[in-house]
Design a protein around this ligand. Structure first.
Ligand SMILES: [Ca+2]
Length: 320
């Protein structure tokens, strides 16, 4: 695709965003989750159709891109962490697959996070839950400790400790990152789904449109924000990833990933990752995308799902 076509594709995305924004301003919001998902999907697919980066896993190369690859896509390439104030919102995003790592097909992925060049995962299901470290280059399991008595959920790593949620057990565990021994336990109301942290707080999802902000040391609840798109609540927020002041989340049972302004709860960006679902798990309704890890080393994301055979390293491109 040439530069002119890329510019046209970028413009189409902007027009789509303006249209949805106008829809919101005219009072056309809906509280129905299905409507929200349909709108988000339509917006993402418009960007996908016009993107040179749209790929299926079969088309993905396992070779890293050339260092000057971005020069080929000047019209829409952007950093995922660019200040949202500098781009039109809501915006649609696409992705480019850069690498394919292996993934344990028995891992019911509930959380994925990179800390200091190391990759950590939380897996769920009672009797199969675990906290584990994976090889960041290959995806192979380096070490895994069972969390057998609960249904484990989201995980975030804070240096020498890591915090892991549980689904309906009402407890969160803090581990020593090096030994995976439990060093503290917290209790909370409601369910636990996804977890990440920024510079001064934990961000937690619980299957509702509400994100909770908690003290990173005591796990104490500080405040909440309700996530909305065009004025409508976005339900079933799941795995989270805190990136440069915003929060990325996937929506359960969909392949949609959204970027959220944690101050207002507004959806800033939407990405449709449906084409990533490996054919091996396409018929398994439980095998949904549920792993998002940002790698600050090269501004890429690792994406995987429950029981998926692969972890994809992608570069997310947000339309300007
Ligand atoms: Ca994550």
């Amino acid at each position: 695709m040439n530069r002119r076509a890329l510019s046209a594709a970028g413009m189409a995305v902007v027009v789509a965003g303006i249209g949805i924004l106008a829809f919101s301003l005219l009072g056309g919001s809906s509280s129905d989750q299905a409507d929200v998902l349909a709108e988000l999907t339509e917006m993402a697919e418009m960007a996908e159709a016009g993107s040179p980066a749209a790929q299926t896993p079969d088309e993905a190369t396992i070779d890293p891109p050339s260092p000057d690859a971005e020069d080929d896509f000047p019209a829409i390439v952007d950093s995922a962490v660019k200040d949202p104030a500098e781009r039109a919102t809501p915006a649609a995003a696409t992705f480019e697959i850069l690498d394919v790592l292996t993934h344990d097909t028995s891992a019911f992925t509930q959380g994925l996070e990179i800390f200091d060049g190391r990759l950590f995962e939380s897996t769920g299901l009672v009797g199969q839950s675990s906290i584990r470290e994976l090889d960041l280059s290959t995806g192979s399991v380096l070490r895994s400790t069972g969390v057998d008595d609960v249904f484990a959920e989201g995980l975030t790593v804070l240096g020498d400790t890591a915090v892991q949620l549980t689904w309906q057990d009402g407890v969160a565990y803090r581990y020593d990152t090096e030994t995976f021994q439990r060093v503290d336990t917290y209790t909370y109301d409601g369910e636990g789904w996804g977890l990440c942290h920024d510079e001064d707080q934990l961000v937690m999802s619980n299957g509702t449109p509400t994100l909770q902000f908690r003290d990173p040391d005591t796990f104490e609840l500080r405040s909440t924000v309700d996530v909305t798109f065009s004025g409508a609540p976005v339900d079933e927020l799941n795995e989270l990833e805190c990136v440069g002041g915003t929060v990325w989340a996937n929506i359960w049972k969909s392949s949609l990933i959204i970027e959220i302004d944690p101050g207002t709860g507004e959806v800033l960006t939407v990405l449709n990752a449906a084409s990533l679902t490996p054919p091996e798990v396409a018929e398994n309704a439980s095998a949904v995308l549920n792993g998002i890890a940002y790698d600050p080393a090269d501004d890429t994301f690792l994406l995987t799902g429950k029981l998926w055979p692969a972890i994809y390293r992608v570069r997310i491109q947000v339309a300007e």
